[in-house]
Design a protein. Structure first.
Length: 220
């Protein structure tokens, strides 16, 4: 399956829901905290839906949300898939619309995708309730605009994750205080790299505002 931000590959299949919850759990899995990441990104998108926000500012969040759906699609649970698939389809649709915003304000862009964010959050919560799991103790996204956050007072250092595999690179980026976005793209002139290897990041190793997005370029 191909998403606008990359191809779903290296799908991990689990024989039982218990195994999935133990090894690819929405709280602590090898690919990153799927449910928590998505809810955090949805809340961040809602924070953009305030007056005077530039529409262009939604694109990094569109990329992050699509990357999280891609990772979720690579570790699907073996049961209770209806709500899971519904959630990911709605989050993907939201990301698609956000990346193609023609202009205007972030407020209008977020308003346009809010129905998909609502539907995705509802389905995700239903799935988590069905399997008796919760991604976080924090409340789910309320999908109502809130005040835009003030600029970060501190900077974080982008870690050097080139030549790491996606799972460990995502963990390192998140541990350093950033969001991770995945772009699956072959390294030009070197198609023989192992699948899942990170060959570049944007930005590279440097100080950046904590909470901003680091894009990982991953060999498909």
């Amino acid at each position: 399956m191909v998403l606008w931000c990359g191809s779903v590959s290296n799908v991990v299949q689990f024989s039982s829901l218990a195994q999935w919850k133990a090894q690819a759990n929405v709280v602590n899995n090898l690919q990153g905290s799927i449910g928590l990441n998505i809810q955090t990104t949805v809340r961040a998108i809602e924070n953009l839906g305030t007056p005077n926000g530039a529409a262009a500012s939604v694109f990094p969040f569109a990329q992050a949300l699509c990357g999280e759906v891609l990772m979720a699609d690579e570790v699907p649970p073996p049961a209770d898939l209806a709500d899971y698939d519904t959630a990911m389809a709605n989050f993907l649709k939201a990301s698609e619309q956000m990346r193609s915003v023609p202009g205007g304000s972030a407020e209008s862009a977020v308003a346009a995708v809010r129905p998909y964010l609502n539907a995705g959050t509802t389905a995700l919560n239903a799935f988590l309730a069905a399997i008796a799991a919760a991604p976080s103790s924090a409340p789910a996204a309320t999908v109502t605009p809130v005040a835009a956050p003030s600029p970060a007072a501190s900077a974080c250092v982008v870690p050097d994750v080139v030549d790491s595999f996606q799972a460990s690179a995502v963990r390192a980026v998140q541990t350093a205080g950033f969001r991770a976005a995945i772009v699956r793209k072959a390294l030009p002139n070197d198609p023989g790299l192992p699948a899942g290897l990170v060959w570049a990041t944007n930005p590279s190793v440097q100080d950046e505002p904590c909470g901003s997005t680091v894009t990982l370029y991953v060999q498909p």
